[in-house]
Ligand binder design. Structure first.
Ligand SMILES: Nc1ncnc2c1ncn2[C@@H]1O[C@H](COP(=O)(O)OP(=O)(O)O)[C@@H](O)[C@H]1O
Ligand SMILES: C=C(OP(=O)(O)O)C(=O)O
Ligand SMILES: [K+]
Ligand SMILES: [Mg+2]
Length: 613
């Protein structure tokens, strides 16, 4: 077996030499010692996800010969001495023993994992765990505690709150209910807040869940703030509406669910004739088209984050939501602006900011937007109203691929199982659509109306679950991963080491057909990088804070655990094995690849192959 010898003399180059002889690893269990030495100095970048993030300093990387130990099959280790300034972050202590480590309240227990995954692992083993994550929009059909619990039981990883709808009190109540399910019953449902954005939309219908617009009917679209609505009248939330539309324009509701033609303008009222009948839903999105083209000049004048959105965002920060999704993002600037605002407001918090890709402007700046965001959502509902429908599938594929390349989680959203709003089984075409998103290896799939106000929210979730599982195992059987080549992520040396460690670990895991990859990570960055490789086995991500654990919930293949760990990998591994075995989640003889991202005085990152003793 090879001695891997890595040498890097200055911050710009790393060379990897593989020698023909060296410590003998050949003999299977308990024999290994592969190590590499690096002597390099580098500045830690301030970018996201640095190991031991929050610290600055110059790192000195040195090699140590790794002693042979029981249970080690092979061990590749880069050990680093870190010259640190005082650590700024919380829970960043190096080499603190678990017993001594002071956690925020409620974080002192031995190991926390989502109860549903735990049960699934015990029952069906590693290969059975679902890799694609599921998001449910919560609405009137699912907001009661027992309805939320049914979704959590059914595999909901993230609950989404659409701030277009519902009152502040309603949202507060849902957030509290989810939080107490988590703390009292062991679920781990994260919360995503989705901003309303400055879209043009219709008003409510005096509490009616929907109103039918018949072919040829005349309707009034008005900018007047009416208290009582005359029949066949709807309010439009955009004050410039009556001025902007022209006679002959086409009004498209919800991307084409209903259409009208403008026939007359009377002051603040716009008289329209229904040309495509259908159901009008409260606050349905509205676009207007002239000579076959979307009129977007005025839309472009509206802010991406409205004053109402800022109030909602403050609310989200105060409630400690895990993710904020921004509607109708047009540029990277707005995401940067929001991220710095969140950073200033909750320096210790870690709210992931997701860019919703749902306008033609966002497509022009796609890469820039995804680079600065913590994730992206293919919001096909509005996207399909802004670009020709037939372009949506290829755009979806491009966004999924780009996000994965850039190491950002990506959600495929809207109309996945639309017919299940009314019917208990999906159409075959819907099943094919869900399967395709899974085959593309999106991180997460999202239900909207199906779970918010449909008749069969639990059934819809169950369809997402079973279709995902089936497609995932089909992909593994057909070795789809073989063709997945990812371009290198970044130019920062330190990042390149993390990336290459993760790529190698994932490749090793696939070749050795191990049962799981373990990753010990404080910020979650290494867990993300492993998820990005979409390996065949599940990834157990051990992290020491609740907020990081919650955030990892959204990423493909990750099973996040909260665990107090120390800088001593050997003791971390032994403790983890013991805890997992005691809880029936692993058994003697299981093979794992362990990746460590814990920065301490004598270690940076390592890959080990271990058999559970
Ligand atoms: N918090 C809520 N309160 C009431 N109804 C909701 C809520 N969230 C979602 N809904 C209903 O579910 C439908 C689908 O949800 P979603 O796709 O998120 O919204 P939209 O259709 O406005 O884009 C909405 O049109 C609305 O009727
Ligand atoms: C997810 C979407 O956004 P919203 O439901 O908020 O309109 C969409 O447009 O597909
Ligand atoms: K929204
Ligand atoms: Mg939308």
């Amino acid at each position: 077996m090879a001695m891997v010898h890595m040498q890097a003399l200055c911050s710009s180059s790393v060379s990897l030499g593989v020698h023909g002889e060296g410590a003998g690893v050949g003999g299977g269990r308990g024999m290994a010692s592969v190590s590499f030495r690096t002597g390099l100095a580098m500045r830690q970048s301030e970018g996201r996800g640095m190991v031991g993030g929050g610290r600055r300093g110059v790192r000195q990387v040195t090699m140590v010969q790794v002693p042979q130990r029981e249970g080690v099959v092979a061990d590749v280790k880069a050990e680093v001495g870190v010259g640190l300034e005082k650590s700024e972050g919380k829970a960043g202590g190096n080499g603190v023993s678990p017993g001594k480590q002071q956690q925020q309240s409620g974080e002192g227990q031995s190991m926390e994992v989502d109860a549903v995954t735990e049960a699934e692992l015990k029952e069906n083993g590693f290969r059975s765990t679902r890799r694609t994550k599921l998001i449910c929009t919560i609405g009137p059909a699912t907001c009661a505690p027992e309805q939320l619990e049914a979704l959590a039981m059914g595999g909901m990883n993230v609950a989404r709150l659409n701030m277009c709808h519902g009152t502040r009190e309603w949202h507060t109540q849902v957030i509290r209910s989810v939080r107490s399910l988590n703390s009292e019953k062991g679920y781990s449902v994260a919360i995503m807040m989705d901003t309303e954005g400055s879209e043009i939309h219709m008003g409510d219908f005096d509490g009616a869940p929907s109103v039918k617009a018949e072919d040829g009917e005349e309707w009034i679209f008005t900018v007047r703030k009416l208290d009582t609505l005359p029949e066949r009248t709807t309010i439009v939330n955009y004050e410039g509406f009556a001025e902007d539309v022209k006679i002959g324009d086409e009004l498209v509701v919800d991307g084409g669910m209903v259409r009208f033609e403008v026939i007359e303008k009377v002051g603040p009222d716009v008289k329209c004739k229904c040309t495509d009948p259908g159901l009008l839903l409260p606050r349905a999105n509205l676009t207007f088209w002239r000579e076959g083209r979307l009129v977007r000049e005025r839309n472009a004048m509206l802010p991406t984050i409205s004053s109402k959105d800022w109030i909602d965002i403050d609310f989200g920060i105060a409630e400690g939501v895990d993710f904020i999704a921004i509607s109708f993002v047009r540029t990277a600037e707005v995401i940067k602006h929001l991220k710095s605002y969140i950073q200033a407001r909750s320096p210790n918090g870690s709210i992931g900011v997701f860019a919703k890709i749902e306008s033609s402007d966002s497509l022009k700046n796609l890469e820039e937007i995804i680079r600065v965001s913590d994730g992206a959502m293919v919001a096909r509902g509005d996207l399909g109203a802004q670009i020709p429908l037939e372009q949506v599938p290829s755009v979806q594929q491009a966004i999924v691929n780009l996000s994965r390349e850039l190491n950002k989680p990506v959600i495929v959203a809207s109309q996945l199982l639309e017919s299940m709003i009314e019917f208990p089984t999906p159409t075959r075409a819907e099943v094919a659509d869900v399967s395709e998103a899974v085959r593309q290896r999106a991180d997460a799939l999202m239900l909207s109306g199906e779970s918010a106000m449909g008749l069969f929210p639990d059934k819809a979730l169950s369809v997402l679950r079973t279709v995902s599982l089936r497609m995932e195992s089909w992909c593994r059987e057909n070795k789809q991963h073989a063709s997945d080549r990812l371009p290198e992520l970044s130019s920062v040396l330190h990042d390149r080491i993390s990336e290459n460690i993760c790529n190698s670990a994932a490749q090793m895991a696939n070749r050795l057909e191990v049962d799981a990859i373990f990753v010990y990570t404080r910020r979650g960055y290494m867990a993300s990088l492993l998820s990005r490789c979409r390996p065949d086995c599940p990834i157990f991500a051990f992290t020491d804070t609740k907020s990081v654990r919650q955030r990892l919930n959204l990423q493909w293949g990750l099973i996040p655990f909260r665990l107090d760990f120390s800088g001593d990998m050997e003791s971390n591994l032994r403790r983890t094995f013991a805890l997992l075995k005691a809880r029936g989640m692993m058994k003697k003889g299981d093979l794992i690849v362990a990746v460590s991202d814990i920065s301490t005085a004598d270690m940076l990152q390592s890959i080990q192959v271990r058999r559970i003793p």
